[in-house]
Design a protein around this ligand. Structure first.
Ligand SMILES: C[S@@+](CC[C@H](N)C(=O)[O-])C[C@H]1O[C@@H](n2cnc3c(N)ncnc32)[C@H](O)[C@@H]1O
Length: 298
């Protein structure tokens, strides 16, 4: 095991890879709970709701559970472009982020705000510029939140960080190394794991089913993730289970969600995490989350 760990370290470099974006619903805090629920050996790892990719990056440095191959995907096209740029055009991306960081940090508050809203209003087409915009907005917006309106436009207001690390060279470089050889796709979750087979592992971290009308964080894309989508996810997991694929699902501890999975015979546990993103400070703090497993490969 020690030699496996050493070879992973030398392939990935001195800094452990971790999410390069702050993502609503990101699983950074829950990794110690989630990682042991992955099978001991993973053929292809699928993460169809990649977001910030906390579990993917953690598995890449796990000597026991490092997947042989990984397929990462999301329905958010800008996010997928960003992963592709970090993976394949890192040097150019770092140069552009370095320029943006130097400009932003040289400005006073009014200038920073103007620059932020100018970037927010821009609609770049080229992958590198899309990625630079996503990372810039993520580092300088309010609370690192990602939210779009009905037209699919990012609509989070400006944040007030003193010295945001817009160009976090170490983290981006480590992430780029971890993404080598990984397949990154823009896809709906169902299509993304259609080819999964026995020996593979799929981690689904969908937009959480809201616990109350005001706690919804499902606006990552124009498409809603409502009850019909939660049921489509359940049918997709049923199908993977029949095909012998190991599956782990995260969700909110809503009674409807919990009841549906338990009734169908899945193992359901409530685990605790700290929710960092909530505009009301008094609502931040530990809340339970559901983890659902099909016990294939356990
Ligand atoms: C809870 S976040 C994932 C967080 C991630 N596990 C992390 O650690 O940062 C849910 C993700 O699902 C994506 N999404 C929403 N609907 C989708 C769909 N139908 N298919 C694939 N991805 C979808 C969103 O864009 C968002 O990135």
């Amino acid at each position: 095991m020690a030699t496996v760990a050493a070879s992973i370290r030398s392939a990935l470099g001195p800094v452990a890879p971790r999410p390069f974006l702050k993502w609503a619903g990101g699983k950074g805090q829950l990794v110690p709970v989630l990682r042991p629920l992955a099978p001991a050996s993973i053929g292809t790892y699928f993460e169809p709701f990649i977001g910030g990719g906390a579990l993917f990056f953690a598995l890449m440095v796990d000597p026991g559970r490092r997947p042989e191959r990984s397929v990462l995907s999301d329905l958010n096209a800008d996010l997928v472009q960003t992963y592709k740029a970090v993976q394949g055009s890192l040097t150019r991306l770092l140069k552009r982020l370095g320029e943006l960081e130097a400009e932003y940090l040289s400005l006073n508050n009014a200038g920073r705000e103007a620059m932020y809203y100018r970037m927010r209003a821009s609609r770049p087409r080229a992958g590198g510029e899309v990625a630079a915009r996503v990372i810039f907005l993520n580092k300088t917006c309010f609370n690192g939140l990602y939210r779009v309106n009905r037209q699919g436009e990012f609509n989070v207001p400006h944040g007030r960080y003193k010295t945001p690390r817009i160009c976090d060279r170490e983290t981006l470089t480590a992430a780029s190394k971890a993404l080598r050889g990984v397949e990154v796709r823009h896809a709906d979750f169902e299509a993304a794991c259609a080819e999964a087979k026995r020996g593979d592992f799929v981690y689904f971290d969908p937009p959480f089913h809201p616990l109350s009308a005001t706690s919804s964080f499902t606006a990552y894309t124009v498409a809603d993730f409502g009850e019909a989508e939660q049921m489509r996810l359940k049918r997709c997991v049923d199908d993977l289970t029949r095909r012998g694929v190991a599956v782990l699902v995260s969700n909110s501890p809503h009674p409807w969600i919990r009841g549906g999975w338990e009734f169908a015979g899945y193992r359901v546990e409530v685990v605790s995490a700290r929710r960092a993103i909530n505009s009301k400070a008094d609502r931040r703090g530990p809340i339970g989350e559901l983890v659902i497993t099909n016990d294939v490969g356990a």
